[in-house]
Design a protein around this ligand. Structure first.
Ligand code: ADP
Length: 444
């Protein structure tokens, strides 16, 4: 097992990794920007190193600073969390060169899955269904128009390096195509450093269903069932639940087996998520793979009893998976709300100081958060301040617990999405489990 792990991240996920390391008896090193000097991950790690000014590209994305911190503190592994450098093949390679274990897949696999147009092709070859679409589309002659006509409108333009719903444009009419293409390209260039985009058929109000997998370095791959992440705003997830109300046992088994085979075929290792959209007829289509731990991993932890972050660390340390597929039993139901510091009206960010913070507890409730009274939500970082996760023996119990936990959650001084969550989970179609990605556009 590792001697010491550096966590190349901040916020709730840095704390989550510290928890996993403590349980495994591994000392931790936190890194922080000048804005995060008083953060909980700095306080609770065994050591902490300042890696630069508040702006992410000068601190949490600053590879030379991170590697120096790792060398000074003599760690033998780095956990990247999610976001930041978690899916940077280059960073994984630099770690490898410096003799530090990157807790994630091999750089070549990160690179393949990080290019969404290539990942589509790879998964199609590996036997997973994909949405009709293209490889990278270039702006020469009438290539773009022809590709869109072939797929049929509406189409969606997506960045090959995309993430967090950025660089996405929906086009319903041919005359809007070129303009949307150019905007998507420039958004992709500024967000991801590459303007490459591709097209897919746009599905109306699909469900977003994703499978959690674990794959060790000894050829063992298992899946931990699925999560439904259809409740989204601006193509970003807001509420996730496991299992999905739209997946039954036989379908889970069939699709799960296909996914496991696909992961074996690309030599995937680490925890990972294979994402699908499901159309109104119930057809599943692969959209992308996330080669890292996901924000929404706790709902799967609740229904499987497996600590996904500890598994990631064990896998990176070359341990074999301790469970086989038939030992994975899904029990009960779990729902997560992402509590963001944002306006409940237009979802615009609401940074500032939290003047009072009191998280709920009680049976079946978990709160993963870095917030506390007097915590300053910085405009430099994303707006997630807490994840509220409920568990129940069935969906009704999970919902009842989530409802009372939302009522007892106190966050004052900034705007949050608490009330939006309350409204969503009490909407009749959410209660029925009958919803798609357009849900938020349709409730008043
Ligand atoms: P990102 O990596 O930015 O999260 P994804 O490819 O995972 O991008 O898509 C994010 C969300 O955008 C999906 O969950 C879905 O709501 C919407 N979306 C993506 N592709 C399509 C599509 N072909 N049809 C309809 N909606 C889509």
């Amino acid at each position: 097992m590792f001697r010491k792990i550096l966590i190349a991240n901040r916020g709730e996920i840095a704390l989550r990794v510290i928890c996993a390391c403590r349980e495994l008896g591994i000392p931790t090193v936190a890194v922080y920007s000048e804005a995060d000097r008083h953060s909980l991950h700095v306080r609770f790690a065994d050591e902490a190193v300042c890696i630069g000014p508040p702006k992410s590209y000068e601190s949490y994305l600053n590879i030379p600073s991170l590697i120096s911190a790792a060398e000074i503190t003599n760690v033998d592994a780095i956990h990247p969390g999610y976001g930041y450098l978690a899916e940077s093949a280059y960073f994984a390679e630099v770690c490898e060169t410096c003799g530090i274990q990157f807790i994630g897949p091999a750089p070549a696999v990160i690179q393949l899955m990080g290019d969404k147009a290539k990942a589509r092709q790879a998964m199609c070859q590996a036997g997973l269904p994909i949405i009709p679409g293209t490889e990278v589309v270039k702006d020469d002659g009438d290539t773009l128009e022809k590709a869109a006509q072939e797929i049929g409108f509406p189409v969606i333009i997506k960045a090959t390096a995309g993430g967090g719903g950025r660089g996405i444009r929906i086009v319903r009419r041919p005359e809007k195509l070129r303009e949307a293409f150019l905007t998507a390209q420039s958004e992709a260039e500024s967000a991801f450093g590459t303007s490459e985009v591709y097209l897919e058929k746009y599905l109306e109000n699909p469900r977003h269903v994703e499978f959690q997998i674990l794959a060790d370095k000894h050829g063992n791959v298992i899946h931990l069932g699925e999560r439904d992440c259809s409740i989204q705003r601006r193509h970003q997830k807001l509420i996730e639940e496991a299992p999905s109300p739209a997946v039954h046992g036989e379908l889970r088994r069939e699709l799960g087996e296909k996914i496991v085979r696909a992961m074996l075929s690309i030599g995937y290792t680490n925890a990972g998520t294979v994402e699908f959209l499901v159309d109104r007829q119930g057809n599943f289509y692969f959209i992308e793979m996330n080669a890292r731990v996901q924000v929404e991993h706790p709902v799967t932890e609740f229904i499987t009893g497996i600590d996904i972050v500890k598994e990631q660390i064990r896998i990176a340390a070359e341990e074999k998976l301790r469970l086989t597929q038939d030992q994975i039993i899904l029990r009960g139901h779990s729902i997560e709300c992402r509590i963001n510091a944002e306006s409940p009206v237009d979802f615009s960010p609401s940074p500032g100081t939290i003047t009072a913070y009191l998280p709920p507890g009680g049976p079946g409730i978990r709160v993963d958060s870095c917030a506390h009274t007097d915590y300053v939500v910085s405009p430099h970082y994303d707006s997630l301040i807490a994840k509220l996760i409920a568990y129940g023996l069935d969906r009704g119990e999970a919902l009842a617990r989530l409802n009372r936990a939302l009522d007892l959650f106190v966050i004052e001084g900034i705007h949050t999405s608490l009330q939006v969550h309350k409204k969503i989970i009490n909407d009749p179609s959410f209660i029925r489990g009958d919803y798609g990605t357009a849900f938020l556009e349709n409730i008043s």
